[in-house]
Design a protein around this ligand. Sequence first.
Ligand SMILES: CC(C)(COP(=O)(O)OP(=O)(O)OC[C@H]1O[C@@H](n2cnc3c(N)ncnc32)[C@H](O)[C@@H]1OP(=O)(O)O)[C@@H](O)C(=O)NCCC(=O)NCCS
Length: 140
Amino acid sequence: MTPKKMAKIHAAAKPNHRIWNAQEFANLLSSPGVVAECHPNGFALARIIHTDAELLLLVTEQIKQNTGIATGCLLKMEKHLMKLGAREITLEVSESNGAAINLYKKLNYKKIFIRKSYSRDKNGNLENALLMQKELIPLY
Ligand SMILES: CC(C)(COP(=O)(O)OP(=O)(O)OC[C@H]1O[C@@H](n2cnc3c(N)ncnc32)[C@H](O)[C@@H]1OP(=O)(O)O)[C@@H](O)C(=O)NCCC(=O)NCCS
């Protein structure tokens, strides 16, 4: 998927955080360890360093939300990261993002920490962020 298409999907996801532009996606995609799992209406982006992975972004266009797209992208991402050697994946999500938190809980991500007044919403207001983590256990 092109950086331009990613920026378009990100905007169409109507997130409560700042929307990244095509240049930001291009920079990320050319950074070491960054991997993407894509669907025509959504994608997941993550970074792997040795055995640790971090989910950077998970988005689905609003009109296609609640149809399993993000779940599919994230599960594919977990498999991809495991093949690359990841043993755990961590992510950060705003405390007010109920949809994303539900999805992560459903996929067995556990809350490990709360970062108080850490992330900014699209209006620049600070809010708490949850740090969530999942152990990646390869199925041989
Ligand atoms: C969070 C987001 C990625 C979910 O994408 P999605 O493709 O709709 O997710 P799925 O269809 O795979 O949903 C899986 C689970 O997520 C939860 N979920 C999704 N949308 C929800 C909503 N509106 N309200 C409550 N729970 C929701 C549910 O637990 C759902 O499982 P269920 O269908 O069995 O109830 C999407 O809402 C989005 O793009 N939001 C804006 C960007 C964002 O905030 N990303 C996350 C932080 S980077």
